[in-house]
Ligand binder design. Structure first.
Ligand SMILES: [Zn+2]
Length: 308
């Protein structure tokens, strides 16, 4: 059984500025954890840049050109209060999206059983027409549409356990019944979307959780709301928006999960992938802002992927 790991040095060079929580140190912490001998079996690949047509399946030309045209030669340019570009941001964003595209190609071709994309910037807040919340292009959605339109998969699901609601993925998917989006997230919290009443065309499942919800409420929401809907959808590919900021140590939220919860939810998602998608699962890094919790949680998640 093979798990691919996609990353690229450019993802370390994207620099939203000193004191920004979405720092290069996050990815360094994840990669350092994966240097442990237990992860030696990971098949490591350099993330390619996403092709323009891959981006254009999710984002209009104006958005793609706007982001890439705004990348500064020196210094920083802020798109909004949270979302900042540095000279390396364009390549990093293309590599982050390209990692998910390449991972989708690899699992569909059966070169890998599953894959983890250790990339930044993250993607799930990026709406088709708007970059926001540290996110420039929606990496998970770009991978999903690649799977559907290039590989002809009939149904693709994105499951998002980042502590924030993936408003961008929901916006990209909510009118299209061949796509499915499910999210657990702290609510209320940035970006303010993700109420349980937001259901798309019956293809969106939102499980808002109160601050301090903890492991039991998280597992209850996944078990009662997300897994049955995902099972009924019968995805031919599962993409995971793997943010680890619901961890109890995270400074940006208070959902109080632990590493064991990431192990558990990864096992559950692999069961669904095994049942409906020949095991095909691609995970991509979203948030996670306490460096040691992020590293340990990502390691817990990838350990399960490798045991598939
Ligand atoms: Zn987040």
């Amino acid at each position: 059984m093979t798990t691919f790991l996609y990353t690229h040095p450019a993802c370390l060079d994207h620099d939203p500025g000193r004191h920004h929580p979405e720092s290069p140190a996050r990815l360094r912490a994840v990669l350092a954890a994966l240097d442990d001998p237990e992860f030696a079996r990971l098949e490591r690949s350099e993330a390619p840049e996403a092709a323009r047509e891959d981006l254009l399946r999710v984002h209009p030309r104006r958005h793609v050109d706007g982001i890439l045209g705004t990348v500064p030669q020196t210094g920083h340019i802020a798109i909004d209060a949270d979302t900042v570009l540095s000279p390396a941001s364009g390549e990093a964003a293309l590599r982050a999206a390209g990692a998910v595209v390449a991972a989708v190609d690899a699992v569909v071709a059966k070169e890998a059983d599953n894959a983890f994309c250790a990339v930044r910037p993250p993607g799930h807040h990026a709406e088709p027409q708007r970059a926001m919340g540290f996110c420039l292009f929606n990496n998970a959605a770009i991978g999903a549409l690649r799977a559907r339109e290039v590989h002809g998969l009939a149904r693709v699901a994105v499951v998002d356990f980042d502590v924030h609601h993936g408003n961008g993925t929901q916006a990209a998917f909510e009118a299209d019944g061949t796509l499915f989006y499910a999210s657990t997230h702290q609510f209320p919290l940035y970006p303010g979307t993700g109420a349980a009443s937001e259901t798309g065309v019956g293809n969106v499942v939102n499980v808002p959780l109160r601050p301090m919800a903890g492991s039991s409420q998280f597992r209850l929401g996944v078990t009662q709301r997300i897994l049955p809907a995902l099972d009924a959808f019968r995805p031919e590919l599962v993409i995971v928006s793997a943010g680890f900021d619901a961890h109890r140590s995270d400074p940006l939220a208070q959902l109080m999960l632990e590493e064991a919860d990431y192990t558990w939810v990864t096992e559950k998602l692999l069961e669904i992938a095994d049942r409906h998608a020949a095991g095909r699962l691609v995970a991509t890094l979203e948030g996670g802002y306490d460096l040691s919790a992020l590293a340990a949680s990502a390691a817990a998640h990838i350990r399960v992927l490798m045991s598939a």
